[in-house]
Structure formats: C-alpha cells, structure tokens
Design a protein around this ligand. Structure first.
Ligand SMILES: Nc1ncnc2c1ncn2[C@@H]1O[C@H](COP(=O)(O)OP(=O)(O)O)[C@@H](O)[C@H]1O
Ligand SMILES: [Mg+2]
Length: 317
C-alpha cells in the first residue's frame, strides 16, 4: 500500500449476516482530492465510510487512511467526520457542544478558545453561540455538525450526505466550506445520492451500486463535452437573440426562458458577457453537463437492465 495516499483500500467488504452491504471495494484517493462517492440509498456508502473510519470492521479486505491501518487512533486525530444521521446533546448550547467535542480531542484550552469562535463564524452561527441546540433548525444543526467535523483542522474529512435536508442557503454554505477546504489542501470524501452535489464540488466521482463501484470518472472528463444551458433573462432584443446563434445551437425562447446548447463550457462566459453587453437582464444561468447526467441515469437511475459497459466516453475504469 502507498503511504502517500490519503485513502487506500483493497478488497474491502462488509456483510451483515446474509445482507451484502459492500463488495470488494478498492479505492485510491490522493491527498487534496475531493472524492465523491455517489449512489442511491442502500448502495453501501455509509457502510464503506464507517469502515474507513474504523467504526465498524470489514468482513474482508484492508485499508489505510493517512498511511495508517483503519481505526488507528493517531490517524483519527487528523480525521474529521460529519455523520449522516446524528443526534446531538440538545441541552447544550452551540458553544458548549463544540467545547465538549474539543475536550474529547484533548485540545489545548488556548487553541480551542480561538478555534471555536472561528468555526462558529465559518458556519454562520456566531450570533447563536449561546442558544441551546434544542432550538436549532435542521439546517443549523447541520452547520454545527460541520463545525464539529472541522474542530481538529483535519487532513481528511468524511462527509456523509452533508446537504440532505438542507435548504438552498445551507447547500450553498456546504459548497463554500468545501471549496475553502480544497484551497487548504484538505482531502474530502463525500457520500451523496445527489448528482448535483458531487457535480459542483468533486474532482473525481465513483458510482456505487449494490455495494460495488461500477465506474470511476474524473469530473473534468465528464464536463468537457456538450453543455445544455437554461437561462432566465429579460429584455432580450431580437438583435441579441440573433447574435446568440454565433455560439448557441438549438436556441429556444419562451417568455423569459432561454435554452440552448454549447460545444464546451468555455463558451459560457463569452455568452454571459455578450448578453450583459446587449443590455439583457440575466436572472439565472444553469449549465447541465449532459455526459454526467446521462451516465448517472444509466448507471444509477435506470436500474437493472442497463449494462454499465455500454457507457463509453473518457472513463478511467
Ligand atoms: N447495521 C446493519 N445491519 C444490517 N444491515 C445493514 C446495517 N447497516 C447497513 N445495512 C444494509 O447495508 C446496505 C447498505 O447500507 P448503507 O451503507 O447505509 O447504504 P447508503 O449509505 O448507500 O444508503 C443496505 O442494504 C442496508 O440495509
Ligand atoms: Mg447512507
């Protein structure tokens, strides 16, 4: 095994009596990588993550996180974890809750008295530091969960469905925090059953189904192709509309809704700039990478009949 990798597993499997949750999982995640583990409910994502964290032991196979065997206590000090379903000590305030967890890490008083306010600020809960968790909304609980996962300034963070149940503001916060972590070189392992979640944050994605990885692909390879764009705009003049055909194929306009296709993502800023220069008011611009969505549906959505080998393109595995 390669100690320079953030995460590496070989043949990792987990059976619960006659239920096979994870089958022969072999993974390599580089340091600094944002790795998406994408699959429907029941695919085995949480089970795989719990094995990586050493919270449950594998039936077969082995793995390393930060160069140490799974569950190693020294390595665990350098790992953060946001569980999928967590129950907090609801009688504690946000600050008391983080202090409790900091104490579980045996953090120095000096460090935690600076780190806790910093994290409350990061997740937008400074104003609620002295409120009991009992009074928190689901979104606020998810934020404090995030702060907890980052307390020890981890080198690897495991996020299990971090945006499920969050409103758009909450999802955006998660995305921003993930980007900050990326900029710092933190490795992120992200479980999700939402394509949109991995699409915007991850470098690489593994599609998992019925306990096994069915494909691994870099987001680059999947987002290089044709792009479908939906725009909401007002004041589109006939001239501006005519000008758009320079880049856009299949341009359709219905009221303030425009849809079109571009040959690559690189054209999108040019189109945006053009529309702005023409005095068009842009409300939303939504790009959709067809290759990624098609692949997702083929592998994950449409079930048993599709053969993943039919999927062509720039896949690695
Ligand atoms: N403790 C357990 N006992 C028995 N079966 C379990 C247990 N945990 C998970 N499973 C089963 O393992 C499979 C994978 O579950 P899970 O890892 O939670 O999937 P995901 O996180 O992708 O939704 C499911 O069929 C689930 O019912
Ligand atoms: Mg799960």
């Amino acid at each position: 095994m390669d100690p320079s990798l953030a995460i590496e597993t070989s043949g990792l499997s987990k059976h619960f009596s006659d239920n096979i949750a994870v089958v022969d999982l072999s993974l390599r995640v580089e340091r600094g990588e944002i790795f998406g583990f994408l699959g429907p409910n029941g695919a085995g994502k949480t089970t795989a993550m719990k094995m990586l964290l050493g919270l449950i032991s594998p039936t077969a196979g082995e793995g390393r996180v930060l160069g140490a065997p799974l569950g190693d206590l020294e390595a665990r000090r350098r790992i953060g974890f946001l569980p999928e379903h967590f129950r907090f000590h609801e009688w504690l305030t946000a600050e008391e809750f983080l202090t409790l967890h900091a104490n579980l890490y045996h953090m120095e008083q000096e460090y935690l008295s600076q780190r806790i306010p910093e994290l409350l600020e990061l997740v937008g809960l400074t104003a609620h530091a002295h409120r009991k968790l009992r009074t928190f909304s689901k979104g606020m609980l998810q934020r404090i969960g995030f702060a907890q996962a980052l307390l020890n300034d981890p080198e690897v963070v495991f996020l299990d469905e971090p945006t499920s149940g969050l409103d758009p503001m909450g999802r955006r916060l998660v995305r921003d925090i993930t980007r900050d972590l990326r900029a710092k070189g933190t490795t992120i392992f992200l479980n999700s059953h939402f394509l949109s979640e991995v699409e915007v944050t991850c470098d690489r994605v593994a599609f998992i189904k019925e306990g096994a990885i069915v494909h691994t692909a870099t987001l680059d390879s999947l987002t290089n192709g044709e792009l479908h764009v939906a725009v909401r705009a007002r004041n589109l003049t006939p001239e501006a509309r005519q000008g758009l055909t320079h880049w856009c194929r299949n341009l359709q306009v219905e009221g303030d809704q425009l849809t079109f296709q571009l040959d690559s993502e690189d054209q999108l800023p040019l189109v945006n700039r053009y529309l702005a220069e023409q005095g068009v008011d842009l409300y939303t611009v939504q790009p959709k990478f067809i290759a990624l969505e098609d692949l997702f549906l083929k592998i994950i959505g449409e079930g048993e009949s599709s053969d993943p080998r039919e999927v062509s393109g720039n896949l690695e595995t």
